[in-house]
Design a binder for this molecule. Structure first.
Ligand code: FPP
Length: 249
């Protein structure tokens, strides 16, 4: 752990941080600007957060960028978001390579417009060998949808005789989630004051510490991130055990 973290009162770093980036629209409305103005500012927060996470040694960062429900937004907003995403991916590839960051996608990438999907897959392929940090972008992602997909896949393997139904356990179920092979988030941050999970990583967040802040996503920078990490560092995760048991371990 580096000195700047200790100085900031952070002595325990989460391995995996997941973030619901919320409040772009309200941030723009407060400034009498169109919602897309907020999303554009949100991209700067994405860059800043990825950079900070990589610098301080977080191994997995998941950003909820577009939910299965977000397709219901006005066409212009959806188009604007897709265009921001494509530009971000094209511009960031070099940075991801330089910083040894692997990009993964959680969600129904086949639902994305062809041009966005192609750029996304190029970045995923080219960064596949990077090992310092994994950046998961949740795109057209819904947790219930993800779990149903896993169940369907496992059911068809049972029918084919490849899996014995009695052998199904948490590990097998997780093998069919988008996050297969990755640890569960230790910390979930949601910005903008809303306090709900909105169909985000419902299985994976079972034991995560939850942190809610009133800060809207476009204002979320290193200081706010550090505040969340400090709060996490001061919490005691018991995983069902008592405090006394943990002190003896
Ligand atoms: C929630 O704010 C934010 C989104 C639905 C999209 C998040 C997208 C970005 C930060 C930019 C593009 C992403 C990447 C990875 C380049 P909201 O619109 O729901 O805000 P509101 O609740 O105030 O209306």
């Amino acid at each position: 752990m580096d000195n700047s973290l200790a100085e900031a009162g952070i002595d325990l770093l989460p391995t995996h941080v997941a973030i619901i980036m919320d409040g772009n629209g309200r941030w723009a409305e407060e400034r009498k600007k169109p919602r897309l103005f907020g999303h554009k500012a949100g991209v700067d927060s994405v860059k800043n957060t990825v950079e900070t996470a990589r610098e301080i040694g977080i191994r997995h960062l998941t950003l909820y960028a577009f939910s299965t429900e977000n397709w219901r937004r006005p066409t212009l907003e959806v188009k604007g978001l897709m265009s921001l995403l494509k530009t971000y991916l094209k511009k960031e590839l070099a940075n991801l390579q330089k910083n040894d960051i692997r990009l993964c996608c959680l969600g129904q990438r086949e639902k994305l417009p062809d041009d966005v999907r192609k750029v996304l897959e190029k970045v995923i392929d080219e960064t596949a060998g990077n090992t310092t940090m994994t950046l998961n972008l949740a795109l057209s992602y819904g947790s219930r949808d993800e779990m149903l997909l896993s169940i369907k896949e496992i059911a068809s393997r049972c029918v084919a005789g490849d899996i014995d139904p009695n052998s199904i356990d948490e590990k097998i179920f997780e093998d069919y989630l988008y996050t297969s092979g990755q640890p569960d988030p230790d910390l979930m941050i949601r910005t903008s004051g809303e306090q709900r999970l909105s169909n985000f990583m419902l299985w994976q967040l079972s034991y995560a510490e939850l942190y809610f802040t009133d800060t809207k996503w476009p204002d979320f920078r290193r200081d706010q991130f550090f505040h969340a990490l400090r709060t996490y560092s001061n919490r005691q995760r018991r995983f069902g055990k008592t405090g006394a048991q943990l002190r003896q371990e």
